[in-house]
Each structure stands twice: as structure tokens, then as C-alpha cells.
Design a protein around this ligand. Structure first.
Ligand SMILES: [Zn+2]
Length: 471
């Protein structure tokens, strides 16, 4: 593998900015310093660009199947889209497996498929779709398979009951597993959806009304209470979407409880006005739904201040075609999920840094370093220091593009952010010392991405009492 020397760039990490060169040797970072030289290295001129650790997306569904629906990308196209968007490592949430399957079933099958296809590195979350004594025993095996987090749903058919959650958290505590939660109260949603169906209220505008903010807040409060009963066990709330939920998380954090939260661009940037048009509104069928403007404002603040640790995507590219053909008369029949893995960094930079909602360092932290820490990938990932993987991106803070499906690599027939002018895009993506994307071209073969054995979560600043600003 040819060495790479990145010259003249501005190195930006979660805690510092400096003018320096970066040298990659044998796929890892070898040196960071002024006026580096290296014979035989490929020199990349990064003048005017930020040189950052590659993005880590802690929440993707690149290869999801739900019932008869399958996402449009799959591991190859989905990971290529990630690379074009400056993300060098994803942690994928696999689909549910066959009824009654072992905890390792989906890990093994997803790993086999992803290893052949991915162009960026990847890890896999476990998923609890039922709980039995043997599933609880199998939890210990997760770490030997490099899996340090697993997800519980509080809604959908694979949801767990509270007592089962207690049993899982109790085992998780002993083995250092981070338990991730989809926090929505199932029965409230089921009740409201049935009522709307009975009243022939099937258009997209009823989707957010069927999943109210208190359904999320109640679920979060319950999760935190269950974790508190177990004692001293961390929980991770995926795709937090409401101010009400955030307030509960912050109160728990103020009491010193290890509660972590993730937010996605759709809940920072969209609001429920997107559901007004009955046809176009179906594009935004996802759970949780887009919320109120007051929620987005609160989430930006939480992300800036540190009560929300991570910006991920929940990338799940069901097509607009499928949403339209199944959901036209009944929003509950549309497959839920939106694409986003390619636009995460540009959106967070353009709407966050350039609009003074996030500092430049906080941006790098939430898109790369904090997810690497919580997902047990640090210091290999999310880090620019000698010894770390050569996962580096060049990011042009002045490049402007208007988002359309055409300018994106992702295999999706729409973008939820269509028409937005976005400033700041990655131009070069390097994964373990190899250039995967440069000047709009994919340069790596299928299967370049490797499965990363993840270790236990490393806490982020929230638990070290370094709140970024006083709330
Ligand atoms: Zn998800």
C-alpha cells in the first residue's frame, strides 16, 4: 500500500485545530506535524480544506428487510454513499432474524454479506427480538464476536416487555454491553393509529399525530427508570426527537446517571409541516416522525451542550415509490425510514457550524469522535493520532451544492433534503490508508471495508462533568 502524505491542510479534531501535515503509512496514521516529508508517498494537497477524522455513523440500516420491503441500497451502494458523505465507518443495525433465532444469527449473516460488499469499515449492533434464558446466556458471546452494543425496541412486533428489559440490562451490566433503545410507547401509537384508521384519516399528516412527543418521553422515562433499578448500567437512546424526551435525559444526567443520546439530521432539520402535502408527505414517513420547530431548537441546543452525544442518521432508504404505492390511502402501510448516510456531515456542518449552532470541534466530536468512543471503536476510529487507523477525510468548507437525488451517490429516488443549499462537502475519503473516494469517483473495490471488532464503550465528556456550556 502506498504511503499518503496530506499537506497544507487544516487539521481539525474534537479538541484542536492546527496547520499541519498528516502522514499515513501501512493504513495507519504515522505522524502529524509541520513540513513532513516521505519518499515515495502519494502527496495530497489539502490547501483550504479541513483534514478530519472520518465520520462514524452509529446508526445505519444499509441492508434492512422488513416484511416484503427491502431498502434500495444494500451494503455496497449504502457504504459507497457513506464514503461519498465522508463517513469511514458505520455501525449497522441488522434486521430481525427468523423467529426464535439466536442472538448471533443476524450478526453472523450480516457480517458475511457486508464483508463482501462494504467499501467502508463497519461494526454490527446486536438486536433483541425476544428474550429467553438462552438469549440472556448468549449475551456473553457478543463481545467475542466484537459486538459491544445491542438494541431493544419498545415498539413494533419485536418489542420487549419491561421485565425482559430489566433482565437484559442486568446481564448487560455484568459484561459491559451498551444497550440501545428505540424509545416509543407502543400501545399509545397503536391506539391512535387505529383511531385514525377508523376515522378514515389515512393521509401523511396523521403520521406525526399518531406518534406524539409524550409517547417518546414516556418510553425514555421508563428506560431510565428500568436502568436505575438495575443500577449503574449505561443506556443509549437512539434517534431522540423531542424536547420532552431531552428534558428527561438531561434530568437523569444531572443526577449522574449514564444516559446517552443520539440525534439524527431529520430531527434537527425537518418539522411536521413536511407532512402537509398528502403525496410528498409520504416521503417523510419514519419513526420517530419529524416534530415541531421547538423540538428541533431544543435538540440543537442539547447537541451543542453535550447532553446529546452523537449525531447519527438511522439511514434506511425505502423508496418513495414503495411509500407511495403502499401508503397513499393509509400512512401506516408505508415503509418507514429515510436515506441520510451521505448527507450527515454536510448538513451538520452547514446548518450547525455555519449557523453558529455548533463549534467546529463539537461538529467533529458529534459526527466522529463521540460515536467512536461510545461504540467501542476509539482510539482506532474517530481520532487523528499516531497509531489510529488511517481514516481521514478532506472537507472543503466552501464547496456549495444544492441537494438533489442526482448529485448524491446514494441509491435513492429522493432526498428528504431536496432543494437545500448546503455549504461544506467532503472531497476525499480515506479508509485505512486507502483512498476510497476522490473528486467524485469511487476508487475502492467492493469488500475493502473490514469488520471492526468493537470493545466496550468509552464514556463521552458528559460523564466526566465537562458540560460544554452551562445549561
Ligand atoms: Zn433505526
Amino acid at each position: 500500500m502506498q504511503d499518503i502524505l496530506i499537506k497544507n491542510g487544516i487539521i481539525v479534531t474534537a479538541d484542536k485545530t492546527l496547520q499541519a501535515d498528516l502522514l499515513l503509512v501501512d493504513g495507519t496514521i504515522a505522524a502529524l506535524g509541520e513540513a513532513l516529508e516521505r519518499q515515495g508517498a502519494q502527496v495530497i494537497d489539502a490547501a483550504g480544506q479541513y483534514v478530519m477524522p472520518g465520520g462514524v455513523d452509529a446508526h445505519t440500516h444499509l441492508n434492512l428487510t422488513v416484511g416484503s420491503f427491502k431498502v434500495s441500497d444494500g451494503f455496497y451502494e449504502g457504504s459507497a454513499a457513506a464514503a461519498f458523505g465522508g463517513t469511514t465507518c458505520v455501525v449497522e443495525h441488522p434486521s430481525f432474524g427468523p423467529d426464535g433465532c439466536s442472538l448471533l444469527h443476524q450478526i453472523k449473516s450480516s457480517r458475511l454479506q457486508a464483508e463482501k460488499a462494504c467499501v467502508v469499515d463497519f461494526g454490527l449492533h446486536g438486536v433483541f427480538q425476544h428474550v429467553t434464558p438462552s438469549i440472556l446466556d448468549e449475551m456473553q458471546m457478543l463481545s467475542t464476536h466484537g459486538v459491544s452494543s445491542a438494541k431493544i425496541y419498545l415498539t413494533y412486533s419485536g418489542r420487549l416487555q419491561d421485565r425482559q428489559i430489566l433482565d437484559v440490562l442486568n446481564r448487560a451490566k455484568g459484561i459491559g454491553l451498551l444497550t440501545a433503545f428505540h424509545a416509543e410507547h407502543h400501545d399509545i401509537i397503536d391506539f391512535l393509529s387505529s383511531r385514525f384508521q377508523a376515522e378514515q384519516k389515512g393521509t401523511a399528516r396523521y403520521h406525526p399525530l399518531s406518534r406524539p412527543d409524550y409517547a417518546e418521553a414516556e418510553a425514555i422515562y421508563r428506560i431510565i427508570s428500568l436502568a436505575e433499578a438495575v443500577g449503574d448500567v449505561p443506556v443509549y437512546i437512539v434517534h431522540l426527537s423531542t424536547a420532552a424526551g431531552l428534558r428527561i435525559i438531561e434530568k437523569a444526567q444531572d443526577r449522574g446517571l449514564p444516559v446517552y443520546a443520539e440525534v439524527c439530521p431529520q430531527h434537527l432539520l425537518l418539522d411536521d409541516a413536511c407532512y402537509e402535502d398528502p403525496e410528498r408527505g409520504l416521503r417523510y414517513i419514519m419513526a420517530p416522525p419529524a416534530r415541531k420547530a421547538a423540538d428541533t431548537a431544543a435538540l440543537w441546543q442539547g447537541l451543542a451542550q453535550g447532553s446529546i452525544a452523537v449525531a447519527a442518521t438511522d439511514h434506511c432508504s425505502f423508496t418513495f415509490g414503495d411509500k407511495l404505492s403502499h401508503g397513499r390511502d393509509d400512512f401506516t402501510k408505508a415503509p418507514g425510514g429515510i436515506p441520510g448516510v451521505e448527507t450527515r456531515l454536510p448538513l451538520l456542518f452547514s446548518e450547525g457550524v455555519l449557523k453558529n449552532r455548533l463549534s467546529l470541534h463539537r461538529f467533529v466530536d458529534v459526527v466522529s469522535t463521540a460515536p467512536a468512543r461510545l461504540m467501542g471503536l476509539f482510539p482506532r476510529k474517530g481520532h487523528l493520532a499516531p497509531g489510529a487507523d488511517g481514516d481521514v477525510i478532506l472537507f472543503d468548507p466552501k464547496m456549495e451544492k444544492i441537494i438533489t437525488p442526482k448529485i448524491l451517490r446514494q441509491n435513492a429516488d429522493y432526498s428528504p433534503y431536496e432543494g437545500m443549499l448546503v455549504r461544506g462537502w467532503p472531497t476525499t475519503t480515506i479508509v485505512r490508508g486507502r483512498i476510497v473516494v476522490r473528486e467524485g469517483k469511487l476508487l475502492a473495490d467492493q469488500g475493502w471495508g473490514q469488520y471492526i471488532d468493537r470493545g466496550p464503550a468509552v464514556s463521552t465528556s458528559i460523564n466526566e462533568g465537562e458540560r460544554h456550556e452551562k445549561r
